[in-house]
Design a protein around this ligand. Structure first.
Ligand SMILES: [Zn+2]
Length: 282
């Protein structure tokens, strides 16, 4: 039978002078019998105790040992400087090095606590900074995506305007406060609708483009919504119109509530007939 199984914890307490009663007697009898393993274990335990003043948190003693130390501290607090008669006369005197060990334990505990708090603060700081960076990165990516989309639109607009196969559709208006719109529709590249001196619709209302199909009785097909800017400049780029140029009879633009409508809710303010031949003066 391994003696360290039986006396392991007791040897630590014994090395600290915290063992008494039958346990102490049994261990001393066992040591007197000359068990080499326990002798070696005791020597190591005494060395550990002597090193406690420099110990790292990992070297904190077991719960049992801690409990015994606290017992001694309490009994000493009850009767400081006197012999501990209430506990029993067999109680060994508390050596000075043990007080150093207790003080070291308290220091280690305090340091561990303080260290854990510091670490928590640091982790929170790092998390907060990481979150802030993530948000600012997401914002930059959104802005970049918007800029890319805008650049792609501008390029498409320029390509449509420059392409000789684009069909120009003049969209006259009956409104006295507004300029005309002009559409440029390319069978391959899509449609650009633009104009200047276009007043902004009230509130969040929008201008919506419709395609009127050639098929008799067909309803206007909703295309896209847009608002002019504060200078009255209006540009709408439609990459893939929902109807082909050859099937379209006319284009119309009406003012609609925010988000657009499935079919026109107001009389179109701009209308233009689609002619597949270059426009001529009337
Ligand atoms: Zn032994």
């Amino acid at each position: 039978m391994s003696s360290t199984d039986q006396f392991g914890e007791l040897l630590q307490a014994y090395a600290l002078g915290a063992l008494d009663g039958p346990e102490r007697e049994a261990l001393e009898a066992h040591l007197a019998a000359g068990c080499p393993e326990c002798a070696a274990e005791l020597a190591e335990a005494r060395w550990v105790v002597s090193q406690l003043a420099y110990a790292a948190p990992e070297a904190a003693p077991s719960d049992m040992l801690r409990g015994r130390l606290m017992q001694i501290v309490r009994s000493e607090a009850v009767a400081p400087g006197t012999s501990v008669t209430s506990i029993g006369s067999s109680k060994p005197a508390v050596p000075f090095w043990m007080w150093a060990a207790v003080a070291a334990l308290l220091l280690v505990s305090l340091y561990s606590f303080w260290n854990a708090r510091q670490l928590q603060d640091q982790i929170r700081d790092v998390n907060e900074r990481a979150t802030a960076q993530l948000h600012s990165r997401e914002k930059i990516e959104e802005e970049l995506a918007a800029a890319r989309q805008e650049a792609a639109q501008v390029k498409r607009e320029a390509d449509i305007l420059a392409d000789p196969s684009s069909v120009k559709i003049a969209m006259a208006t009956t409104a006295a406060d507004s300029g005309p719109l002009q559409a440029n529709w390319n069978p391959r590249l899509g449609l650009v609708l633009s104009g200047s001196k276009i007043p902004q619709p009230a509130g969040s209302r929008v201008l919506q483009l419709w395609i009127i199909p050639k098929t008799a009785g067909a309803k206007p097909v909703p295309v896209q919504i847009e608002r002019p800017d504060e200078n009255g400049t209006f540009v709408m780029v439609v990459a893939t119109p929902p109807e082909t140029l050859t099937n379209a009879k006319a284009l119309a633009v009406s003012e609609e509530p925010a988000g657009g409508s499935p079919q026109p809710t107001t009389t179109p303010k701009w209308v233009g007939g689609v002619s597949l031949f270059p426009l001529k003066s009337p």
